[in-house]
Design a protein around this ligand. Structure first.
Ligand SMILES: [Fe+2]
Ligand SMILES: [Fe+2]
Length: 324
């Protein structure tokens, strides 16, 4: 398994220098999670009853008095379903947004993807994503088995995807819908490690759950710079109207990626049988920053600077919200 020094090296390499892509491509056979001996991960781990499935502090209503009043069994089920939903959100982003975009990139749908090394990096990333879905799918199955879960809420349409589909439904031109998929993928790929890091080093959860996030993050440390390079290559080949669409929609993509899913939380609470779900959610949404799961989008900000559109993108990166 690669050292954390290598992970840090990749983190620091986000968007720097023309040699970065070559180094990422060359390192893939050693770095890619799919190339690691996964036998240990695929072996069922003993379940640690004193640890949770999902970090309790990430449940936005964890301190609400009516939630705290709920029986422990219900609160534990909410925690387990939150972990399942986290995996489902990752899988949905990969299966329905990133992978279709990688396919389009491979098929020459977007201009500017001409260099061999960028094509190679795109293929490697696509392979990684298919593997990630498999890892998260396995993790969900293990959780079902550990808890005897035979039914679950439908969390296969998470907030990030729903907001993309809402925008693409309003667009009549195929190039517009394709660009929105590219935008969602780029924002997701340069930011996903912040999402994975929410769990990757958490010691209050099942060690296997933190490990899934950590293994995934190792690949994503390479995907970030790859997709930043993709965007830079494509952007210079776009016409004014196409660039305008990206610039105008970038804040929506950031907000969608970092959003708490308030369609899903009520379903999870109801499924677990927690009383007062509506009140719990309404009170929680009134708290400052309640709609945000992630606020650090400095990697997107760096890309925006490199595209030289910083003064045109209406997102306040310091405040972590749209500029207007
Ligand atoms: Fe991934
Ligand atoms: Fe990725």
């Amino acid at each position: 398994m690669p050292s954390s020094a290598q992970e840090q090296m990749l983190d620091h390499e986000q968007h720097v220098g023309p040699g970065t892509l070559q180094r990422i491509v060359a390192a893939w056979p050693r770095r890619a999670t799919i190339r690691t001996d996964m036998a240990g991960f695929m072996e069922p781990q003993p379940y640690a009853p004193d640890l949770t499935d999902y970090p309790a502090h990430l449940i936005p209503f964890a301190e609400h008095p009516r939630f705290l009043d709920a029986p422990e069994e219900q609160r534990r089920l909410v925690n387990t379903l939150a972990w399942q939903a986290y995996n489902a959100r990752v899988i949905a982003a990969e299966e329905h947004v990133a992978n279709p975009t990688f396919e389009m990139l491979g098929h020459g749908v977007f201009p500017g993807i001409d260099r061999y090394e960028i094509k190679e990096a795109v293929r490697q990333s696509h392979i990684d994503e298919v593997w990630h879905t498999y890892m998260h799918m396995t993790a969900m199955r293990r959780t079902q088995e550990a808890h005897g879960l035979t039914a679950e809420p439908d969390y296969s349409h998470p907030v990030t995807n729903r907001r993309l589909y809402r925008l693409t439904a309003d667009r009549s031109e195929k190039w517009e819908r394709n660009l929105l998929f590219l935008l969602w993928t780029v924002v997701g790929e340069v930011s996903i490690n912040n999402f994975l890091e929410l769990l990757a080093r958490d010691r209050t959860i099942q060690p296997m759950h933190a490990l899934v996030a950590r293994l995934h993050a190792r690949d994503e440390a390479a995907h970030g710079p790859v997709l930043a390079d993709v965007m830079k290559d494509v952007f210079v080949h776009l016409n004014k109207e196409q660039r305008e669409l990206l610039i105008r929609t970038l804040p929506d993509a950031i907000v969608a990626f970092g959003a708490e899913d308030y369609e899903l939380w009520p379903e999870i609470l109801a499924f677990a049988g927690v009383k007062g779900a509506e009140e719990i959610i309404a009170d929680t949404r009134r708290l400052p920053d309640a709609d945000l799961l992630l606020t650090d989008f400095s990697t997107v900000q760096r890309l925006v600077r490199e595209l030289e559109i910083e003064d045109r993108v209406e997102y306040d990166f310091a405040a972590g919200r749209p500029a207007k």
